[in-house]
Design a protein around this ligand. Structure first.
Ligand code: TYD
Length: 138
């Protein structure tokens, strides 16, 4: 796994007739210390979340339930990842604009992230994001 780029990580699975189990551990399945977790749920059909990038935060996005799409833009190319397995995570390094959409009813989107919540780490203005990305891609 190239940790400079986004990618799907297959997480460990402990198979059990009582039900399966998956885990994520600091610096093991992810290249960062997990400082925070948050999750979105009850997303109405047709709604979209996200619409920002981060200066430094690294994230792992997991569909702990249901299914949705994560659309990532590096200022040059858009890529869409469908998450629908609770044992898969999408690693997102800093510097990627993301939107999340196509939520199936009842989906839960859990995000593990490398820093505590800080509004300063967000780029929420799309034009500003494109300016930052075009400087990086030069
Ligand atoms: P926002 O970043 O807009 O959500 P999305 O994941 O869809 O981009 O966050 C929505 C609100 O929740 C915003 O007011 C900031 C707040 N928030 C926190 O207080 N703590 C957190 O850890 C997160 C992720 C958001």
């Amino acid at each position: 796994m190239d940790w400079k780029k986004p990618g799907i990580i297959t997480l460990p699975r402990i198979y059990d007739p009582r039900g399966n189990l998956t885990f994520v551990q600091d610096f093991d399945q992810v290249p960062f210390h997990i400082a925070r977790a948050y999750w979105t749920y009850d997303v109405p059909a047709g709604e979209s979340r996200g619409g920002h990038s981060h200066h430094v935060a690294e994230e792992l996005v997991i569909a702990t339930g249901g299914s949705f799409n994560v659309n990532l833009y590096d200022g040059d190319t858009w890529n869409t990842y469908t998450l629908n397995r609770p044992y898969e995570g999408l690693y997102i390094p800093p510097g990627y604009w993301r939107t999340l959409d196509n939520f199936a009813s009842g989906s839960v989107c859990m995000v593990l992230t490398s820093i505590p919540y800080s509004e300063e780490d967000y780029v929420r203005d799309y034009e500003e994001f494109k300016r930052i990305a075009s400087k990086k891609n030069d």
